[in-house]
Design a protein around this ligand. Structure first.
Ligand SMILES: CC(C)(COP(=O)(O)OP(=O)(O)OC[C@H]1O[C@@H](n2cnc3c(N)ncnc32)[C@H](O)[C@@H]1OP(=O)(O)O)[C@@H](O)C(=O)NCCC(=O)NCCS
Length: 192
């Protein structure tokens, strides 16, 4: 199973999560981050983070999903992952987050444009989708930048909050994504 760097951008690197990432992931998962996600608790214990990492590694071994650490200066600053939700159609749901201190710098766009080509190839994806809260405009901008389009409104259950929430579902065939990975030497990003 892959453990090394699978993609690099000017500012970031991506690699499958490993058990040793658990303390960093647990520390990054604050209530403000979890509030935007369906299934992440906050506070999150190291053991809970380890469980999620193990689940991602099992998914990768079974070719049903993958979870990547987003690294800045070699340290995790966030997470991006995919899970097959309709195996016959090769449709995967993607999810992602950054620690609070790392938001607002364009990191997720940079990470997602680099992660998607690898996820699509590794999991033989034909299509991707993502659910996003109605007022999460930064995440919607990222999905639109990747070429996903708004397809539906759905009520989704958030287990950590025990509530159903309105969500927007974005989706696109893999072939219609507008991916533009930022090369490691794209100097324009040094200014941001
Ligand atoms: C949402 C999240 C992934 C965004 O990542 P980020 O790297 O911080 O994104 P940025 O703030 O740099 O902005 C990304 C884009 O959204 C746009 N944007 C930001 N805030 C916006 C707003 N309030 N209205 C409209 N557009 C907005 C930016 O202009 C940028 O657009 P561009 O790529 O065309 O320049 C990140 O803030 C995060 O992890 N939040 C908590 C968890 C989460 O929401 N995960 C996603 C769940 S669906």
């Amino acid at each position: 199973m892959e453990t090394g760097i699978i993609a690099e951008t000017y500012r970031l690197a991506l690699r499958p999560l490993v058990p040793a990432d658990a303390p960093a992931i647990a520390a990054l998962m604050t209530p403000a981050v979890a509030a935007r996600l369906l299934e992440w608790p906050a506070p999150m214990s190291v053991a809970q983070a380890r469980q999620r990492i193990d689940a991602g590694r099992a998914a990768l071994a079974a070719d049903t999903g993958a979870d990547l650490a987003i690294l800045r200066g070699g340290r995790p600053i966030g997470w991006i992952g995919a899970r097959l939700v309709a195996a016959p159609r090769r449709l995967a749901s993607i999810g992602y987050w950054l620690g609070t201190d790392f938001q607002g710098h364009g990191y997720m766009g940079e990470a997602a444009h680099a992660a998607l080509p690898w996820l699509i190839d590794r999991l033989a994806l034909a299509a991707v989708e993502a659910g996003v809260q109605e007022r999460n405009f930064a995440s919607q901008a990222i999905l639109e930048g990747l070429g996903l389009q708004l397809k539906a409104r759905r009520r989704l259950f958030a287990p950590t909050r025990g509530t159903e929430e309105d969500a927007l579902v974005f989706a696109a065939p893999a072939a219609r994504l507008t991916l533009s990975p930022v090369a490691p030497d794209r100097r324009a990003y040094a200014m941001r």
